[in-house]
Design a binder for this molecule. Sequence first.
Ligand code: ADP
Ligand code: MG
Length: 642
Amino acid sequence: MMNRKYFIASVLGFIALCLVPVFTHNPYYIHLVETIMIYAILLFGLDIVVGYTGQVSLGHAGLFGIGAYTAGVLFLKVGAPFWVILPASIVVTGIFGAILALPALRVSGPYLAMVTMAFGTIIQILINEMTFLTEGPMGLKIPKPTVAGYKFNEESFYWVVCVMLALSLLVVHRVLRSQLGRAFEALRGSPVASDCMGVSVYRYKVYAFVISAGFAGLAGCLYAYSEQYISPNTYNNELTVMFLLAIIMGGRKTRLGAMLGATIIVLLPKLLDDLEAFRMVASSLAVLMLVGAVIGIARRRTTWQTMFVPVVGTAALTAFSFWLDNITDWRLSIFGLMILFVVYYLQDGIVGFARSLMGKTANSDNVIDLSAGQNQQGALVRATENGDGDLLVAKQVLMQFGGLKAINQVDLKIKRGTIHGLIGPNGSGKSTMMNVLTGIYVPTAGDIAFAGRSVVGRTSSDIALSGIARTFQNVQLFGEMTALQNVQVGLHHTFKSNFLDVALHTPRYSKEELAATERGMSLLHFVGLAELANEEARNLPYGKQRLLEIARALALDPQLLLLDEPAAGLTAPDIKELVQIIRKIRDHGITVILIEHHMDVVMSICDTVSVLDFGQKIAEGQPAEVQANEKVIEAYLGGTAT
Ligand code: ADP
Ligand code: MG
């Protein structure tokens, strides 16, 4: 369901790219555009890791090198044909991508940047030292490929790269719009929530790196054939930083941004060698910025205060370019200034900036038709399992943080089909109890059985998939994703299709995606958010965000739903609506554990209430009984309750 205008523009752009060798026979220009396309393929992949999962990778020049050297070595040592070398480069680099993913599972932020950079350096050293394979610093020579007796030349190989670019674009587009792409984006939005929706952070980080590496491998292989000579020096840290900059400058989470970024990093060094060209580009940039600012201000998308520095800055750069008479001494300073400018003023990159002026959100190509999923009957599928008995039994649970016993020898029995209240003053251990039940913490001692099976020691995603869904005290939505996409992350477990299904759009995948859209819409309808399906979660009012979290949790098709202070921060009418929804959930046979401070809510809907104080269970019973209990009254009056 790609936006039609966008699709037509992409096709036209692609045709224009293909025609380059028809208009110019100058091999220099053809090779330049070819390089841009090859970098763009790599950047599509890098954007999966950086833009979608939110991990930093400075190892991609290394992966690029592995792709190139796989091609070079297979050609020289084995004499393998092109159609073997191409997929082999992708697969071999993909395997190295899995290795690069390992540090990302343990560290993040600057540490991850350092470790991935070390990975790149090690690859470079290995290429240098393994002379028996790679000829070391001497480098390798590879002629243009021959397929079925036809030897490609500079021009016809250009079209091979065009085709590979188009295929990469198609595959990356499909992957990112599928359940895989949503899983990647969810990791960035909230790793904890991903795990608790059954989307294993561990697994999808590795997937993202592997897929990303596959693209780097393809790019590396094409690069080897394009240059016809490869040597270890190319795949250095400077290149890796350039790749990252290209993503930031172009704009993350957009393919157009990746292509722009590739163009910038290929052309910029050349531009900074040529004063005339630099003057021309600086003036066009200044004019563009001015026009953009005028349009943006007229459409009330931006203010003159925010546009002042960019407009004046580009104008100043133009003035400076005409004042200069020699550019070589200033290259690095200009480069540095541009980077600073982008980091300060174009945080969403050029594409993000242009979109904000046009008043479009990043998600506007993810919009779905709201008429889908109108059959809201059976929004909650789970059959009423009216089996009596206990769904969850916790025995002598102890959760210790250092010397603090946040939960101290608590027993808990949750009866099937009931709403079980969990109350107590702030800091009494309620949220910790939920974190223990959902595998975020492993209890220091004690046992927890859910539907007859122990929960202790299992991962959060495994527990979630076995039927425990939850919401969070501090809302944990996937902010940059639409409301519908948030719910669809909860529906991840309904997908059986793999990478190939997604890339090829097999009937299996299409069926699952359609079902997930319909079911997602009916769940949104269930909590009254159907009209807001295409809204980004971070833009929803707080009350709606809490309801969206409930819809997402229900998407897991849980037997047990844990709600951590769902009414906190809600207005009175919103609370009424919430109570109705919780009742409906229970009527569908889903057992609920409800942590809540609003006593009227607890008293009106809970079947049983347990009271915690300083980590210990001090009372349990029917709401009215508990409310009259001396110990409870004392805990609330003497405690820190508000
Ligand atoms: P409640 O949800 O009932 O308000 P919590 O379960 O959030 O209370 O917290 C119970 C106690 O455990 C508090 O004293 C809190 O500071 C402590 N605690 C919770 N999580 C951690 C943690 N990860 N590390 C250390 N202490 C924690
Ligand atoms: Mg809490």
